[in-house]
Design a protein around this ligand. Structure first.
Ligand code: PHB
Length: 393
């Protein structure tokens, strides 16, 4: 007697569920989800904070709806641990059904997510990590940050042409440090320069002091330094404490060590450091002046180059969605991203359609005091620089 109503009820419930799942206007179809995986804690947390800030700023300025789709950001902190990155990417793809994964504060994190991007055909927008090989690890990876090769070849040539004959190198002992060292060395030594000392420091909690004495004893004309964003402040403090500034050993390198978010607190020891990089908060375009003013107003500090990678990464996703008319499957988005060109706060940039890597101007800059604050003042521009490390053209 009670069998019939129960069956009816079950059938009705089943039909209702099916109706929700197939309803054309269902929530999932009206939104595009972006899983933002960043080191909000751990050694590279300054990178995570800059990118999170920049993405929020961009969305405040441009709204949260694109091509009729509401943009939803799902932020996950990977704590600067690649295993966590992988787990976060897996959860975001499988449980949350995100359309894009983005962020990636360090190279090992970007690499850890690559097989998942390929398997799920989900675009991976790399907003920070800078080792050349990354974009070759999945056809779904696109990069809006930089490669260490782009800056390091340019500073290598510049050093050799500007009276620097002997260089000691200090690089962070993991993939981007090795790229920076290799590209610098190739160009500097080919132009007649000599490497007189080479040290590698651990990525996590490095103590530079013991290495700095060796640098000083080698009596180089300059010191080539790569440490990742966030470590420049500690490095420069120890450099000054050991008196390297007084002994005339200038810092040169890619611009990571002179990151704008720390530069002003480094003190006069940083004056005169010459680095090659993609972004300076002092870049003189109107777009950058507006960007710096808006970022400072929102967060009370200067944006650094990681913030710009995040700002451009979310812009790329917005523009790709406009181009596909809101179609958010991985293949459509990647096709739309290839060859995209736009003006960034750093200057003109594009996505190489062959390699999916960023093409951008690299500027040579010198640390100077402007209105009482330290800035990387750009004095030479190399236009539309591609990653020199790509094996495929
Ligand atoms: C990287 O891990 O790829 C990385 C991180 C911070 C930098 C540069 C490269 O400043």
């Amino acid at each position: 007697m009670f069998v019939r109503p129960t069956q009816l009820m079950l059938a009705a419930a089943g039909a209702a569920l099916l109706a929700v799942a197939t309803m054309p206007g269902a929530q999932a179809q009206d939104s595009v989800k972006i899983g933002l995986i960043l080191p909000m804690t751990g050694g590279q947390s300054s990178t995570g904070k800059q990118i999170d800030n920049a993405v929020k700023l961009y969305m405040k300025q441009h709204g949260d709806t694109v091509a009729g789709k509401k943009i939803e950001i799902l932020l996950k902190d990977d704590g600067t641990v690649p295993d966590n990155t992988k787990r976060a990417a897996q959860e975001l793809i499988v449980n949350d059904k995100v359309n894009v994964i983005a962020g990636f504060g360090i190279t090992p994190s970007a690499l850890a997510a690559a097989p998942l991007a390929t398997q799920a055909k989900v675009p991976e927008v790399v907003m920070a990590a800078g080792t050349s090989i990354i974009t070759e690890r999945s056809p779904y990876i696109v990069r809006t940050s930089f490669t260490l090769g782009q800056s390091s070849i340019i500073i290598g040539d510049w050093a050799a042409k500007n009276g620097i004959k002997k260089v000691a190198t200090l690089t962070s002992d993991y993939a981007p440090g090795n790229d920076a060292l290799k590209f610098f060395k190739d160009h500097f030594t080919a132009a007649g320069g000599e490497i007189v000392e080479e040290v590698k420091v651990p990525l996590a909690n490095p103590d530079f002091a013991p290495f700095l004495q060796r640098m000083k004893d080698a009596k180089p004309d300059a010191m080539f330094v790569f440490v990742p964003a966030g470590q420049g402040g500690t490095f420069m403090k120890q450099y000054a404490e050991r008196g390297l500034d007084k002994s005339g050993i200038k810092v040169i390198g890619p611009g990571d060590v002179m990151d704008d978010d720390l530069l002003n607190s480094m003190g006069d020891a940083a004056l005169g450091a010459v680095t090659a990089h993609l972004y300076s908060a002092a870049h003189p375009s109107q777009m950058n002046k507006d960007f710096v003013a808006a970022y400072k107003k929102a967060y009370g500090q200067r944006p650094g180059f990681m913030a710009v990678g995040g700002y451009d990464g979310i812009h790329l996703i917005y523009e790709a969605l406009k181009k596909t008319g809101g179609k958010a499957d991985g293949d459509s988005l990647i096709a739309a991203m290839k060859g995209m060109k736009w003006e960034s706060p750093r200057g003109p940039i594009s996505i190489d359609p062959e390699t999916r890597d960023i093409v951008q101007n690299i500027y040579i800059r010198k640390v100077e005091k402007v209105d009482g604050e330290l800035y990387n003042v750009e004095f030479a521009t190399f236009e539309a620089v591609k990653d020199p490390g790509k094996t495929k053209k």
